[in-house]
Design a binder for this molecule. Structure first.
Ligand code: TRP
Length: 333
């Protein structure tokens, strides 16, 4: 089988406002995969109902996540880019898989236990079966490769369990899906406050969003923690300084980086200048993406077409799989 025929599937939560960590972590990965694989990328709007039953914001959030991914280079003509709720077969497969899912196993899932703790007033069955719905998303396209982060590995393991139960009980229909990412040498996108990685939920001032205006980007970068500079030639960098260099490596030219490396090594570095340079390079990097996002968001007709085309592509693959599933299960009378 050529690589192009191998199937990649992933889901994107429509929680909106992607940041630089998402860009260099997930999206760049998707954009590369679209050249080499048959890709299904889905906005997980149904999953969001497990924790956010209020749907007032949902449409805007779905539009935003689509616009952001497209602005970053995902091409709706190369991949199936669609909404989970537009592919009804998902619900059917979810139903069948629920019969192969044991509640005891689901109760032990780390993400379930976390959500129970965070949200003790809304422990609904959808929350418990979140991994079943995710397995349905993947198996619907008989995908083998699933680009996800570490936090989703347990869900994938659950999906493999259902594959094995299904295949064993009804006959071989599904391949086992595995986590798969390019760039095993992970790109580091540190938070601007020197603590951990950029993330949506933690300090907003320490995270650069693709939607941030130029002045906001400058302000955030200028606040990055530095110090009075090294006192000895060629000294080791403290972690927060290493982080400023890591951020620079994402967006600045090689000449710029080596200039500041040299300045650091001979103790002449001026962090104010370095941060100014970094801020401008970040602006150069983010501004065109932000512009593209806004352009797409203003074109509701285009967004509707993207979703329609994506649902049609995903629907073909989903219908073919469900045909096999019903036959295997003996539901073809
Ligand atoms: N659960 C995933 C997350 O929280 C999103 C998701 C939904 C997903 N369905 C999927 C990921 C299918 C991979 C495959 O990020």
């Amino acid at each position: 089988m050529s690589k192009k025929q191998e199937i990649v599937m992933s889901g994107i939560r429509p929680t909106g406002f992607l940041h630089l960590g998402n860009y260099f972590g997930a999206i760049r990965n998707y954009v590369k995969m679209q050249e080499d694989y048959d890709c299904y990328f889905m906005v997980a709007d149904l999953h969001s109902l497990t924790t956010h039953p209020d749907t007032k914001q949902l449409k805007d959030n779905v539009h935003r996540v689509l616009a952001e991914n497209i602005a970053c280079g995902l091409d709706p003509d190369k991949v199936a880019l669609y909404c989970q709720s537009h592919v009804f077969e998902t619900a059917e497969l979810y139903l069948y898989l629920n019969m192969l899912a044991y509640t005891g196993e689901l109760e032990k899932t780390v993400t379930f236990k976390d959500k129970v703790r965070q949200n003790p007033d809304n422990i609904n069955a959808g929350l418990l079966t979140y991994p079943v719905l995710m397995a349905a998303d993947i198996l619907l396209h008989r995908a083998k490769y699933v680009p996800v982060g570490k936090d989703q590995e347990q869900h994938l393991e659950i999906a493999r369990t259902y594959v094995n139960r299904f295949n064993h009980r009804y006959g071989e229909v599904f391949p086992e899906p595995f986590a798969f990412n390019y760039n095993q040498q992970l790109v580091k996108v540190p938070s601007l406050d020197g603590a951990g990685k950029m993330s949506k939920s933690e300090n907003q001032m320490a995270t650069l969003f693709l939607a941030d205006e130029d002045d906001v980007i400058r302000k955030k970068v200028m606040k990055t923690k530095t110090d009075a500079g090294p006192q000895e030639l060629n000294s080791q960098k403290p972690e927060y300084i290493e982080n400023v260099f890591s951020l620079m490596k994402l967006v600045s030219g090689d000449d710029v980086i080596s200039k500041f490396e040299n300045d650091y090594n001979n103790c002449s570095i001026r962090y104010g200048d370095m941060k100014k340079q970094l801020a401008e390079d970040m602006v150069q990097f983010i501004a065109p993406i932000r512009g593209k996002i806004n352009e797409i968001l203003n074109d509701k007709k285009y967004l509707a077409e993207v979703m329609e085309k994506g649902a049609a592509k995903a629907g073909i693959s989903a219908k073919a799989t469900m045909q096999l599933v019903r036959e295997a299960m003996g539901l073809n009378y």
